[in-house]
Design a protein around this ligand. Structure first.
Ligand code: GLN
Length: 459
């Protein structure tokens, strides 16, 4: 049953919202010791909310567009009365005192928040091994990392612990774990979704987005959370299309007729052969669905990671100055893990006046080059497609050096640097391990990605 079909059966009283919540509580109780996806759940409140929704449906009253669907929320998005720790000891006692804009919108549409998902500390990671609460296990490839930083969210969806998970993506954190866990993940255009209430990793790159097991889970969430927010100055004033209608409009043998998609030579060159094989099969499938396929070149692949990490370090350093141990939590430098400390130290160093022109200014300049190049490539095509992650997830606990860890992100940081929408959908498996197909489009062309994902899923 798709998420939309479930929503309709709740509204038609074929199943109750309460049953939906109870099922998920059962799965969480069975599997969470092994997966470590949920850091906290609130059964009583979720059940009470479900009963209220069921009562309103029975009485013939209007209910919201997400009535009875169950959500997991990444531990860096404020939800009232849950511990919002960003998986850091720094904030282990910080209780969300308000709902982020996305949470307000989900609650207003009768979505049910079941609990809070594990992640890399402050979203700074690609493996979910840096959480203060221990690593997350990949349900689709047990013993391996689920990817990061929204690894708890992807694992929750893959293990069927909720209908939809809401994560954040600064350099791939929605798409990377979606790829490794074999689920769908969507990072909207920068500014499409309000970041109000998100604990910043790198504010010029961060975007909130959904993960689910089918396209309607993605679109129902997007239809609720996309939109202008007067409390958040980077949100776009944009009449977004109805994404669920776009997904449902897929018809006929060749639904992608008229769509031009590009593969990129350099994306393939940095990717493992076994993954490229699955991606080629996926692209052949898109072609069979009517898309025209061309190949493009991208000259800046080598500067993507240095550009991304320099900007990330500086913005993260600035964002963490409030964790000085006075307002909330413990002083971050005293309790955080190695990766967070590295970013604070590097960010502090680069931010010193004498270095600002030397590194940060250069990073901003190369960001402009990358953005211009990608936008130029997208002028002639509707989508750029390719692998989401260039290598398979490692076994939990394997020793990787910093550069090896950062190398997971080379194909995902581009969309954040350029502010464009990007998503991942399962392309296939290599030795039983899922690999994701990434789709990227021009700013505000999010619907084109949805259309291709829906067609791909249907095929
Ligand atoms: N892995 C990248 C990083 O460590 C991306 C993280 C993210 O998107 N939040 O910064």
């Amino acid at each position: 049953m798709t998420v939309l079909e479930k929503l309709n059966s709740i509204k038609n009283q074929e199943i109750t919202a309460k049953e939906n919540v109870e099922n998920y509580i059962k799965v969480i109780e069975e599997k969470n010791d092994d997966i470590n996806s949920f850091l906290e759940i609130n059964k009583e409140e979720a059940l009470a909310k479900a009963e209220d929704i069921d009562a309103r449906i029975k009485a013939g009253e209007e209910v919201g567009a997400l009535a009875g669907l169950v959500f997991g929320i990444k531990a860096n998005i404020n939800v009232e009365d849950f511990i919002i720790s960003a998986a850091s000891k720094t904030l282990e006692d910080y209780i969300g005192s308000y709902d982020a804009t996305v949470i307000k919108r989900i609650k207003a549409e009768d979505g049910i928040i079941i609990g809070i998902n594990n992640m890399d500390e402050f979203a700074a990671g690609s493996s979910c091994e840096t959480s203060y609460y221990g690593p997350v296990n990949n349900p689709a490839a047990p013993g391996r990392i689920p990817g990061g930083s929204s690894g708890g969210s992807a694992a929750a969806v893959a293990a069927e612990m909720c209908d939809i998970a809401i994560g954040s993506d600064t350099g791939g954190s929605i798409r990377n774990p979606s790829s490794h866990c074999g689920v769908l993940g969507f990072k909207p255009t920068y500014g499409a979704v309000s970041r109000q209430g998100l604990l910043d990793l790198s504010m010029s790159l961060d975007q909130i987005g959904p993960m689910a097991n089918d396209i309607t889970g993605i679109t129902l969430a997007l239809d609720t959370i996309v939109g202008y927010d007067r409390t958040e100055c980077t949100t776009l004033k944009w009449e977004a299309p109805n994404f669920t209608e776009v997904a449902l409009s897929i018809e006929g043998e060749k639904p992608l007729e008229g769509m031009k998609i590009a593969t990129v030579k350099e994306f393939r060159e940095v990717t493992d052969d076994t993954i490229n094989e699955k991606i080629d099969e996926a692209i052949a499938k898109l072609e069979a669905l009517g898309a025209e396929v061309v190949e493009l070149e991208f000259g800046y692949i080598d500067i993507c990671l240095p550009t991304y990490y320099l900007i990330n370090y500086v913005e993260f350093f600035s964002a963490t100055r409030k964790y000085d141990g006075r307002k909330y939590g413990s002083r971050i430098e005293e309790v955080c893990g190695d990766e967070v400390l590295r970013r604070i130290k590097m960010g502090s160093y680069i931010s010193q006046k004498e270095f600002s022109g030397k590194y940060y200014q250069k990073a901003l300049e190369s960001r402009s080059l990358i953005r211009q190049e990608i936008n130029k490539m997208l002028e002639g095509v509707d989508l750029i497609v390719g692998p989401t992650v260039p290598k398979l997830p490692h076994e939990i606990g394997a020793e990787l050096d910093t550069m090896e860890m950062y190398a997971y992100d080379v194909l995902t940081v581009i969309a954040n640097l350029a502010g464009i929408p990007a998503a991942s959908i399962k392309a296939g498996e290599v030795d039983g391990i899922p690999v994701g197909l990434q789709l990227q489009a021009k700013p505000q062309d999010d619907a084109k990605i949805i259309k291709a994902m829906a067609a791909f899923e249907k095929a």
